[in-house]
Design a protein around this ligand. Structure first.
Ligand code: 15L
Length: 268
């Protein structure tokens, strides 16, 4: 009997992380549905369905989740912004997505969280292994919104049939964008590996893991990720001689975010 096509919705597909994922996740037997405010055709693989609009549009999001087997929810403001915008897009938008997924009977959702959820932890020694459940303050309204998103995921994982994986992403860029990223980088291929592991077997209920490559200087534990089948391959150390003189290691895990004025848009 022919196997049914797997359907995967990616919200925020035209963002920095989304663009790294679309081509890497496209494959035979899988149909991608992409939702974003706009789309660059270079990042829309052949056969992908495209929906254009905001993640706070409930009617649009209900259509987006209809019939999918999984959601990778990346849509959101990627750095500090006004309280109102952070609340509307990152927090309310994530609720809209989770509630629509629940109502449509989607089995699993991956939520993009961020290291800035605990960005005011002191910077660690290279090769440290901070557990994902270590407690530290967020470093911005943006970082706070990610703690709220994790908490919403925990609620939906406990109270509905949804399996929710929150991924506390480090610095997910094509290449490490500075010295700090030698510890925090998540490579494009590793983020795709993580999504594939989630598609094969999402943990039941709710789980949070660090989204980071196997960097020699990494600060965060890979134990929780490995326990669900995420096996990173890349190491930012291979860029150690060539990273830009930007984004240096600071006193705080969150790099420059803890010093950025609260609520002042970063314009990312
Ligand atoms: C994030 O959460 C941001 O979205 C991204 O722009 C980077 O600042 C990243 O964290 C990081 O910490 O490098």
């Amino acid at each position: 009997m022919a196997q049914r096509e797997q359907r995967l919705l990616i919200t925020g597909s035209n963002g920095v992380v989304g663009r790294m994922l679309t081509a890497r996740l496209a494959r035979e037997g899988r149909r991608l549905r992409l939702l974003d405010l706009d789309h660059d055709p270079d990042f829309v693989p052949a056969g992908a369905e495209v929906l254009t609009g905001s993640v706070v549009d409930r009617e649009l999001v209900a259509r987006a989740v209809d019939g999918v087997d999984a959601v990778v929810h990346l849509a959101g403001i990627p750095g500090e912004d006004t309280w109102e915008r952070i609340l509307e897009v990152n927090v309310h938008g994530s609720w809209v997505l989770l509630d629509a997924a629940r109502a449509a009977g989607v089995p699993k959702v991956l939520l993009a969280s961020s290291n800035h959820a605990v960005g005011m932890a002191p910077t660690l020694d290279a090769g440290a292994d901070l557990a994902v459940d270590a407690i530290a303050p967020p470093d911005s309204y943006y970082g706070w919104s990610k703690t709220a998103v994790e908490s919403l995921g925990r609620l939906f994982g406990a109270r509905t049939g949804l399996d929710v994986l929150a991924v506390r992403i480090g610095s997910c860029f094509p290449e490490p964008n500075g010295e700090r990223a030698l510890a925090t980088w998540m490579s494009p291929d590793d983020v795709a590996r993580l999504v594939e592991a989630f598609l094969v077997a999402a943990p039941a209920g709710y789980r949070c893991i660090w989204g980071v490559s196997d960097n020699t200087r990494r600060w965060w534990s890979l134990e929780e990720g490995r326990a669900m089948g995420y096996e990173p391959v890349d190491d930012a150390e291979s860029y150690a001689g060539s990273v830009p003189a930007l984004n240096s290691v600071s006193e705080w895990l969150g790099g420059r975010f803890p010093e950025h004025p609260l609520g002042e848009p970063m314009g990312l």
